[in-house]
Ligand binder design. Structure first.
Ligand code: ARG
Ligand code: ZN
Length: 874
């Protein structure tokens, strides 16, 4: 059953207050819910039925204004509980029973290790009790929790603790009240045997907030970074957006079994433990950054998501796109802004662009869905974030900030649409943003085709920019988008030229934002003594593909001289793409493929330049991924892509051994590791050098790897050595993986990495290893992180081996999806992504992938989540 945006109607009934009482038990929890309900429509034309959503609930009793309802006064239907003709205003009391232990879907109330916890977004609350489970019904919640005191000493819910005490039979209770009205998806409960670390934060207006991070006891010493990150996020939101926290406590709980990254429940965030737990020995530099980012993300939701929420789920990007933008900016301020921007662009291109080019393409604001969980997508989140960034680029920083202030001022406490947000921006910036709205409603990645002409007699230079956008499901034709194009012009020496458009009286700086509105736009710059080199799409100012016929010389100039770090990096990537594409053509034609001297020379120059920022240099020296290269091909040839890319890596390793070794030495640790020692760029560069040396396959490199592996005092360097060993057909590989396992077997997060590093190995026996790992005692199909680290890493992080022409990889994935279907539909659906790209491959692979999709669709009892994606993919 498909839900359409255009069918939205306001709720028939509203709920003002919710009183919930939980008698918690892992296998038989009783929930009593008291709802103060009133009609939200004019009753002149009759009474509408009240429909309360419910799923996998056992109804125990039902009372209306204190009186038990007779059998005929209500119905239980597939979708939930129906009262055909309730009064105008009444109190409904519903008692239900649920079994958290059997809840392997991890939606609603479920058990994870020694605790019970909840995940209600998007529609999990209906798996706890009957309710109008939609975000535009907002209520004030009071929650009483009762549980066995010995096994469940900690009882948490949203808001403030108002009372607690003991009960007979070794039980105890706690009462929580959340003064802020909220939609049901922000409800949360956690109960279990947990410890916490705490600190205090004083807000800008002087309010004291208690911060608490709850974990299982064995993880007590791994919370410090999350807590510090939270304090940085709170300060940053005050400084950048003037937003202050609003409750007396802010709690974060880490759980091992979690479908997504984390959840912004009001005052009680629940996190996947991988985004909380970190110790210097067990977490990588990337882990530290990811924790800071996700902690920030959930914290920023308190204003963009919780104080102002979504009217309906089609508006998901209202909170997610905006909050992604905010967390990206936070991370950029905490780390290196250019490196962060590059990382974000890479992830957009490697995951969102392919989604936009697949049968699952959908707009940032989808117009329909079968299962909303399938739309927590790269498009809604990350393209949505880019859309917000474009608004900032178009309006300028100050007007954008004024637009944010206006949005908060107008809509605090409301559930609104994307339109309200964009209107606030339009009003604050005094701009017409009606065409800009197409970014929310049209899917597909626009392509900008740029051509230019220089007229020496006039000293003028004309850029012609034509936009187009491929058709996507349900949208054969597209209207032109409103696109900011940040650009500059360079002379042949690499100097930035003043930018003066024809008709202007003076030049306006050396970098400016052009606005594209029509299909074709031209811009003529004057006062130019020679033909300039255009620097386009600075800071990746729009989520588009840009086509301009750069010469190698142009790219060299941009790479070394442009003022914009993104453009410098991009120029290097374009060179690498050009080179690898040429090698692929040679390989496919059976010609000899060789890496040109000039490419190696430019790598040599980069490696010898020790003035550069090392994290940025590492990005420059990293070749485009196989996934990204695949995107550039009409028909993806995973074998040729792998061969060509490896040829470049091997050649670099062979010819630049001395340079790589000396950079490794220069970056070698001089003091014991500290996560905040400012040397993460150094470690990244050094480990990249090691991987190039390993690509050349010499024993010295293997020895160097083993030395690093044995002596590393931090996880970044351990994995920096383990990772290339994973693709090395040498005895050292077995030794390293075995000893790594022995050392870390009691640390789940690290063992996830151990699984993943085997799943992404380039060696020919990888699938056999993966199959064997499915039987490993530490593999647990019910744990999403473990599934991602084995099944996900192989199918989404190992294009070469997954797309083996035999189709064995496909069969493996099909099997795992079917297995997951009955356990955790959300995770099963997530695993389907690679199959949705089947049309991009050759006929034989297409056939094999299609067969798997058909096999999945033929399965009886297919979950809605899996059905929707499989059906749309075909
Ligand atoms: N709102 C959460 C976040 O962005 C994501 C939770 C989504 N969960 C789900 N099952 N759809 O941080
Ligand atoms: Zn979010």
């Amino acid at each position: 059953q498909t839900i359409h945006q255009k069918d939205y109607t306001i709720p028939d009934y509203l709920i003002d207050t919710v009183e919930l009482t939980f008698d918690l038990d892992p296998e038989d929890t009783r929930v009593v819910s008291r709802l103060a309900i009133h009609s939200n429509h004019d009753r002149g034309n009759g009474v509408k039925p009240l429909v309360l959503d419910g799923e996998d609930l056992t109804l125990v009793s039902l009372k209306l204004d204190g009186v038990a309802l007779e059998q005929g006064a209500y119905r239980i239907e597939d979708a939930g509980l129906v009262l055909p003709s309730p009064p105008e205003r009444f109190l409904l009391e519903v008692e239900t029973r649920i079994n958290p232990k059997e809840n392997t879907a991890l939606s609603g109330l479920y058990s994870s290790g020694p605790m019970l916890c909840t995940q209600c977004e998007a529609q999990g609350f209906r798996r706890i009790t009957y309710f109008t489970d939609r975000p535009d019904v907002m209520a004030v919640y009071t929650v009483t929790l009762r549980a066995d005191k010995a096994s469940c000493p900690v009882l948490l819910a949203n808001g403030n603790l108002v009372e607690k005490g003991d009960l007979p039979d070794g039980r105890h209770f706690a009462v929580w009240h959340d003064p802020f009205k909220k939609p049901s998806y922000l409800f949360a409960v956690v109960a279990g045997d947990l410890v916490h670390i705490a600190d205090r934060f004083t807000t800008m207006s002087g309010r004291e907030v208690q911060l608490e991070i709850y974990v299982e006891e064995r993880n007590q010493d791994k919370c410090e970074h999350a807590l510090r990150s939270l304090m940085r996020a709170m300060r940053w939101d005050e400084e950048q957006f003037g937003r202050e926290y609003d409750l007396d406590t802010y709690m974060v709980v880490a759980v091992d079994d979690f479908n997504m990254g984390a959840m912004e429940n009001k005052g009680l965030n629940v996190f996947n433990s991988r985004y909380v737990l970190a110790s210097p020995q067990s977490a990588t530099d990337d882990d530290y950054e990811a924790i800071e980012e996700v902690i920030g993300h959930e914290y920023f939701h308190n204003w963009t998501g919780n104080r102002i929420t979504c009217r309906d789920w089609f508006q998901l990007s209202l909170k997610e796109g905006l909050t992604i933008f905010r967390d990206q900016e936070f991370s950029a301020d905490m780390q290196s802004r250019p490196v962060k921007r590059i990382a974000d662009v890479k992830s957009l291109r490697s995951a969102q662009f392919p989604e936009d080019a697949s049968p699952l393409a959908h707009p940032v604001r989808p117009e329909s869905y079968v299962e909303i969980n399938n739309f927590y997508s790269m498009t809604v989140y990350h393209k949505g974030g880019e859309v917000i960034r474009m608004l900032q680029t178009l309006l300028g920083h100050d007007a954008f900030r004024a637009g944010m202030d206006l949005y908060f001022e107008r809509h605090d406490g409301q559930a609104v649409r994307v339109d309200e947000f964009v209107q606030a921006m339009a009003d604050a910036g005094k701009r017409d943003l009606s065409q800009f709205m197409l970014w929310y409603d049209q899917a597909g990645t626009p392509v900008l085709t740029v051509s230019d002409a220089y007229r020496a007699d006039e000293g003028s230079y004309t850029l012609t920019v034509t936009q187009s956008c491929p058709s996507t499901p349900g949208q054969p034709e597209k209207k032109p988008f409103h696109i900011p194009l940040a650009m500059g012009l360079l002379d042949r020496e690499g100097n930035e030229l003043p930018l003066k458009l024809a008709g202007e009286t003076e030049a306006l700086g050396t970098s400016r934002v052009l606005e594209l509105r029509r299909e074709t736009e031209t811009f003529t710059f004057v006062g130019l003594k020679e033909r300039p080199v255009p620097s386009l799409l600075r800071n990746f100012c729009a989520p588009v593909k840009l086509e301009y016929p750069y010469s190698d010389e142009d790219l060299n100039l941009l790479m070394t001289r442009d003022s914009d770090p993104f453009v410098r990096w991009e120029a290097g990537q374009l060179q690498a793409v050009k080179l690898i594409m040429a090698l692929i053509a040679d390989i496919q034609a059976g010609r000899e493929a060789r890496v040109p001297e000039s490419f190696i020379e430019s790598f040599r120059r980069l490696l010898s330049d020790d003035r550069q920022d090392r994290a940025f240099l590492a990005e420059t020296l990293t070749l485009p991924t196989e996934n990204y290269l695949a995107e550039q091909m009409a028909v993806i040839d995973p074998d040729a892509i792998h061969q060509a890319r490896e040829l470049v890596r091997r050649t670099v390793g062979e010819l630049l051994g001395a340079e790589l070794t000396s950079v490794r030495k220069a970056c070698a640790p001089k003091a014991p590791y500290r996560p905040d020692d400012g040397l993460s760029g150094c470690r990244r560069l050094k480990n990249l050098c090691l991987s190039y040396l390993m690509a050349a396959g010499r024993q010295e490199a293997i020895d160097a790897c083993m030395v690093q592996f044995r002596s590393a005092d931090n996880m970044t360097d351990s994995l920096g050595a383990l990772s290339p060993l994973g693709s090395c057909a040498c005895p050292e590989r077995e030794e390293a993986f075995a000893s790594f396992y022995e050392c870390w077997r009691s640390d789940r997060g690290v063992i996830d990495k151990w699984f993943a590093h085997q799943a992404v190995s380039r060696l020919p026996d990888t699938l056999d290893r993966v199959l064997a790992l499915l039987e490993h005692p530490d593999f647990d199909i019910r744990n999403p992180n473990r599934v991602r680290s084995l099944v996900g890493a192989f199918s989404q992080g190992n294009q070469f081996r997954f797309h083996d022409a035999s189709g064995r990889g496909y069969r493996f994935l099909g099997d795992q999806i079917l297995r997951l279907n009955g356990i955790n539909p959300q995770i099963a659906a997530r695993m389907l992504t690679p199959f949705s790209r089947w049309r991009r491959f050759d006929a034989q692979r297409q056939e094999l992938m299609k067969k798997e999709l058909e096999r999945i669709l033929a399965e009886p009892g297919l979950a809605r989540d899996v059905y929707e994606l499989a059906a749309k993919s075909l």
